[in-house]
Design a binder for this molecule. Sequence first.
Ligand code: HEC
Length: 199
Amino acid sequence: MNTKIILLFFLCLLIGCGENLTITPQEKKQAQIIGQESSTTVLRVMMMKLMEEIQQGGTVKAAKFCSVHAQELTSQIQEKFTKKITIKRTSQKNRNQKNTPNNEEKQALKFFVEEIKTKKQAPSHHLVKVRLDDQLFINYYKPLYVAPLCIQCHGSEVNLKPELKKMLKEKYPNDKAVNFKKGDFRGVLKISIPVAELK
Ligand code: HEC
């Protein structure tokens, strides 16, 4: 009886009850180019805007910018690319509920945490092929680390400016994105690329 179940299981694997989601060398090469190019642009624009806002209006204004416009900014950046990519920021310790990781993203976050733990350093990116409904995607994950600039909004809770603390409490009652130290792994930037775009 048990042997039959085991045989059925392997038969199922063989005839494709589980889809083969191996990334071909060609897909890998192209996904790396698109992923690197778009993630660099996204991070550069976000950093520039954040610094601009901090200089002009201080941390609270910048944090408001971050919460109101982050999504908008992402769509603007998306328009710059001819490829139909989608962009998401996610973290195990997220501030905005909307940025909560799904199961696949949790796995990717775990991958980076483990790499950092065992090898002291994570790779520059991580590729995962997935099927969503009838479409195949390659997800390019880029790890994000805490730079000195990030500390004023994601650092030690007791050191946050009172005005900022108040704003964060009101807007993000379930905020988990505090108490980070410089150099900590903060989360990932995920660029989803439809496999159809790679041809
Ligand atoms: C001026 C304050 C401020 C600064 C500086 C700042 N952040 Fe944020 N960050 C926020 C706010 C507010 C959100 C929530 C955005 C939203 O509502 O989508 C956020 C969200 C994020 C997210 C998305 C996941 C989540 O927690 O919801 C990541 C990742 C992130 N920040 C990383 C960084 C990194 C890395 C830096 C430094 C380069 C940084 N942040 C600097 C205020 C800031």
